[in-house]
Design a binder for this molecule. Sequence first.
Ligand SMILES: *Cc1c(COP(=O)(O)O)cnc(C)c1O
Length: 229
Amino acid sequence: MTPSSTSPLTPHSPNGLAAVEQEIARACKEARRDPASVTLIAVSKTFEADAILPIIGAGKRVFGENRVQEAKGKWPALMQDYPDTVLHLIGPLQSNKAKEAVALFHAIHSVDRPSICEALAKEIKNQNKAPELFVQINTGEEPQKAGVAPDEADAFLAACRDKYGLTISGLMCIPPVDDAPAPHFALTAKIAARNGLTKLSMGMSADFAVAIQMGATHVRVGSAIFGAR
Ligand SMILES: *Cc1c(COP(=O)(O)O)cnc(C)c1O
């Protein structure tokens, strides 16, 4: 990858951000939705501060990272300068990272098993924090992928609430790469609706417009903003 320059076409320029925002506005109009009902999470994983700063400079304050350790290396300094930053953890979480995750992130999209629920409940209490929580649904039932199986989702959500005292805001999914995403988004929306959950974290660079059509409230977009990883 070439180093960033002042050319308006470098991936690090805010042009990708503007294009994604325009596409979100278009998708919202088509779906007759208020653009304010969709939060764009700029996924900055693998990118360093020099690539993130132009996006902050363009006014963006909501970012996503998929690794606790990587986020710890770059975000505390950036958040000191931009304290209104909102940081989302979108990748899998290990129980032994729950303490750091609750300390750093405002939202966690990858709640998917009892050990994580237990660790999060403990840290939320100890640190007196209230991160927004999403339960990840493995809609494609892929063995290698994190997330709760669709037919176990209702029971898991009940356990989050009743056994662990967690407030879950919504659901997250990552459709299998080779599938059409719409049925996966629809299934996620259906599980959310029957459980009274209003937030839907779904849609990435390739399919966020479809996700908005299916009710996404949070789209997680990386490469369309920052360039290829
Ligand atoms: C990397 C990542 C994204 C963003 O993917 P792009 O295709 O670059 O937009 C979204 N969600 C999760 C969970 C990710 O890990």
